[in-house]
Design a protein around this ligand. Structure first.
Ligand SMILES: [Zn+2]
Ligand SMILES: [Zn+2]
Length: 304
């Protein structure tokens, strides 16, 4: 089953050096989710051939413009395209008022239902859940209320032991029980789940850590995570500025990635002062080698 993230925007504050403000698409199994929607996001969706009509949920981390100024454009395009499916928008208090004000000013009544789910940034909230995965938010520490998002697979069914497949001539219901880990009975014979099946594949997880100052606390919300995206607005030489603006340095992002023991750390939200991003990568890699730049247009697979 696919589980991957495609980067649409990786810059902070202002677009610069061909880079766009924050946005990314997370594909988990059959569904795609938009995370943040900076200015130009709908153009980036088109550029990287992501069908915007597949998106039914948009998650917004906080109300700094570089994370949601693309929203009214995208919503208006859905309207003009006569979208009929409801659109779910998950974000901080106030976001719906902003969108409604813009729609009212243009006397627009949307053709589709816009369903707003307020995210309480200071809490852990379950935002969306299926039988296969769960999406939640967790608090981070920034100048205004801000939260990250955690995408996590649930533990799946056990797999049929390939060595036993030739002997496996039971009804479907019996096999289903074995895959759930339950021993079963067939024609007077007890079938042990752990003889016929192997443990399920390990569930995978991805965390988007939004904009945040270096914040040890967030480790507890995303411990055990396989891949994380952590902002690296500045290099360590601007550590003071990072503190003043409630952002992180590349070194700090790497420190978090290392503490969690992630398989991969993605750096993003780069300051416009950096044209060349390689020094940020090098700084992070000194602390944690499994680090990559979240380059726009690239898709990163989430592996456990
Ligand atoms: Zn930002
Ligand atoms: Zn911010």
């Amino acid at each position: 089953m696919p589980f991957e993230v495609t980067i649409l925007g990786n810059n902070s504050a202002i677009p610069a050096h061909g880079r766009h403000p924050t946005s990314q698409v997370v594909q988990i199994h059959e569904q795609q989710f938009l995370v943040d929607c900076g200015e130009g996001t709908q153009m980036q969706l088109a550029k990287y051939k992501i069908r915007k009509n597949k998106l039914d949920h948009i998650f917004i981390s906080h109300l700094h413009g570089d994370h949601y100024f693309g929203l009214i454009g995208l919503i208006t395009s859905y309207h003009l395209m006569r979208r009929e499916k409801p659109l779910h928008m998950h974000g901080p208090k106030g976001l719906l008022d902003i969108i409604n004000l813009q729609l009212a000013a243009s006397n627009t009544t949307l053709f589709f239902e816009l369903i707003f789910h307020e995210v309480k940034s200071e809490l852990v909230n379950v935002l969306f859940e299926t039988d296969e995965f769960i999406i939640s938010s967790f608090p981070v520490k920034h100048r205004i209320p801000t939260h990250g998002f955690l995408f996590k697979e649930k533990i799946g069914l056990r797999k049929i032991n390939p060595d036993k497949i030739a002997e496996l001539n039971f009804p479907f219901q019996v096999i289903a029980e074995l895959k759930k880990g339950n021993d079963s009975e067939w024609e007077g014979k007890i079938l042990k789940s752990n003889e016929w099946t192997l443990p399920p594949v390990a569930p995978r997880s991805y965390a988007f850590c939004a904009d945040t100052i270096y914040h040890n606390e967030l480790i507890k919300y995303i411990s055990g995570c396989d891949v994380i995206y952590h902002e690296a607005t500045f290099m360590e030489e601007s550590a003071e500025r990072a503190v003043l603006t409630f952002h992180s340095t590349a070194k700090q992002a790497a420190t978090i990635g290392k503490a969690i023991g992630v398989k991969k750390l993605l750096l993003g939200h780069f300051s416009a002062k950096y044209d060349n991003l390689q020094p940020l990568l090098a700084e992070a890699k000194e602390i944690f080698s499994e680090t990559e730049l979240a380059i726009e247009g690239q898709t990163f697979s989430i592996e456990s």
